[in-house]
Design a protein around this ligand. Sequence first.
Ligand code: SF4
Length: 340
Amino acid sequence: MKGIGRRDFLKYCVGSAAVLGLDLTVMGRLQKALAGAHPTVVWLNGANCTGCTVSLANRISSDGPTDIADLLINYIDLAFHPNLMGASGDLAVQTLHNATDGAGFILAVDGGIPTAFGGHTCMLWTEKDGREVTAQEAVLDLAPRAIATLCIGTCASFGGVPAGDPNPTGIKSVRELTGVKTINIPGCPTHPDWVVWTVAQLLAGVSPSLDGDGRPKTLFSGDSKNIHDRCPRREREEADTFGQEGQCLKELGCKGPRTQGDCPTRLWNGGTNWCIGANSICLGCTEAGFPDQFSPFYKYEGVGGEDHGGGEDDGDDHDGDKDDGDDHDRDDDRHRDYGR
Ligand code: SF4
């Protein structure tokens, strides 16, 4: 990977500002922040598939000098990342301690945190005295001391796939485990632009406004707009089987009506395509309760697919069964087992 400097990073941000959604105020503050000292980022992996790191590492800038892993390692001072850093063993552990013992640091957590069996289903490192440190222990120690805690992907944000029923390892989200207010950047995987946008905000000294699920409103539109509202297939004829190009996938189980995210306009893989554009339904992967409360995936959720906001029981009950009044589209009951 190539190394880059401050000017390159700023050039990258300016070139990508529109795509990333960085406004001029943030850009100005970012420029000032980058001229001085800025915090390091420490990245921990809980129970995950490493998909969010892969997604991030695959972010190739078409107009910037580098890929995102290069950016993180060489500019944003990513002091510790189990998959991307060169150091290993005692050296890696010492680097982690150096980064977190003194000046402020940003903690990024990728993956849910196992709590069953004393947390011993997920070990992060071994101290020199032979003591093994669990993800649970590490996150409980570091999250309260961090300048900000970023939950990268749905697993760290809400529990995600590892927390799916019957959740044998007792997975919790970072917020549920620690009680610390986290900035959640969900998605299975998360979008690399969402991570870059959020880190840029923090480096610029801006605290992003969050929605009720701890997600940056700018990226996920708060509770006011969802995938369905912005989908180019809205109002199109509804497909009754897969492979019908350009048709609405609601009858095939699409979860776009109750899923927040700017996927329809941002697109994925460097602007190439997105799930629905590839004729797949939206699975609801940016939402708390994914996957259990979005399963079965390929089941029509009913005529009331338009309803997604608010939180009052309006009777359309998007959990896929008959209307039993539990209104699993946006209210607190939906999050009962997910830490909020
Ligand atoms: Fe698009 Fe899905 Fe809404 Fe149809 S139901 S318009 S495919 S988001």
